[in-house]
Design a binder for this molecule. Structure first.
Ligand code: C2E
Ligand code: MG
Ligand code: MG
Ligand code: MG
Length: 284
């Protein structure tokens, strides 16, 4: 009997695996058409001052409006896009779109308190030859100032292929573009290395923020990162703040900026001016 159950389980498992592979293959193919078919859209999540809750910037977050599968978050396709190389053209689209959107918000309202738009850049996209020029052109074409752009890169990117990557990071910063390390704390940067990294902002990963109330160790770690960043003249953004007690604690620690459902989920572009109280809310 046990053997029979084992076989049935195995068969089901094999079928699931097969379905998964077929789905991945289908997604991979349709990724390439998705740009031309304008199936990608960006949402924007506010980044706020932890103590005043004022919105200071937004992070662009990619969504794929798949014709059959509905709206897909990056978890469903970014890895595939990175593997297949599609992430290079998708990333180029994201950069242009986010800058154009931001420039149009600023043009419509020059007093808008939004200081910057944060754009996620995948390692493969960053490493492509000519990435710095691509950024320069995207800024020019959008009529955007370099200070309006914050590029979020991964810890692993800064640690590997250091020479070319570091040269490009320095060139971008010389332009006036700022650089953030996303999901900080999940990689392996040594603290002494951090002192020399050509970056401006550390985004503390949500997994650290999740436990700051329950775990004294996690709290100590976040506190140490905030202090260290302050002493190295780096800015900090805490990711994934979901409740008021987390916000209070981070505020006490001196963490300047935060992002999370407590303040706002990612929003559609049209919701941003409304959130900032800039236009009268339009009834749905
Ligand atoms: P990330 O850059 O660390 O972005 C934060 C993620 O956490 C977003 O998920 C956001 O919706 C989610 N989030 C924000 N606040 C909260 C919170 O309070 N609670 C919880 N549970 N989640 C929160 P999303 O949009 O699914 O994006 C996932 C990841 O995909 C991003 O992580 C980023 O690494 C990547 N990604 C997003 N857009 C792009 C893009 O345009 N290009 C590339 N290469 N990667 C992107
Ligand atoms: Mg990010
Ligand atoms: Mg992040
Ligand atoms: Mg994260």
């Amino acid at each position: 009997l046990a053997k029979g159950v084992g076989k049935a389980t195995w068969r089901r498992y094999r079928n699931e695996l097969h379905t998964e592979m077929v789905e991945r293959l289908a997604l991979r193919t349709s990724l390439l058409e998705a740009i031309d078919d304008e199936q990608f859209v960006l949402q924007y999540q506010p980044i706020v001052d932890v103590s005043t809750r004022e919105v200071v910037g937004v992070e662009s977050l990619l969504r794929w409006q798949h014709p059959e599968r509905g709206s897909l978050g990056p978890a469903h396709f970014i890895e595939l896009a990175e593997e297949s190389g599609a992430v290079v053209s998708i990333g180029a689209w994201v950069l242009r779109e986010a800058l154009q959107q931001f420039a149009s918000w600023r043009a419509a309202d020059p007093d808008l308190p939004l200081r910057y738009v944060s754009v996620n850049v995948s390692p493969r996209q960053f490493r492509q030859p000519g990435f710095v020029d691509q950024v320069r052109r995207a800024l020019d074409d959008a009529g955007a100032r370099p200070e309006w752009l914050l590029l979020e890169i991964t810890e692993s990117l800064v640690l590997h292929d250091a020479d070319q990557v570091w040269a490009d990071l320095k060139e971008l910063r010389a332009l006036g573009v700022r650089i953030a390390i996303d999901d900080f704390g999940t990689g392996y940067s040594s603290l002494s290395y951090l002192r020399h990294m050509p970056v401006d902002v550390l985004k503390i990963d949500k997994s650290f923020i999740d436990d700051i109330l329950a775990s004294r160790q996690q709290r100590a770690l976040v506190d140490a990162i905030v202090t260290l960043a302050h002493n190295l003249d780096l800015t900090v953004v805490a990711e994934g703040i979901e409740d008021g007690a987390q916000r209070e604690l981070l505020d006490l620690m001196g963490c300047p900026y935060g992002q999370g459902y407590l303040f706002s989920a990612p929003l559609w572009p049209s919701e941003i001016p409304t959130l900032l109280g800039r236009t009268t809310a339009v009834a749905a």
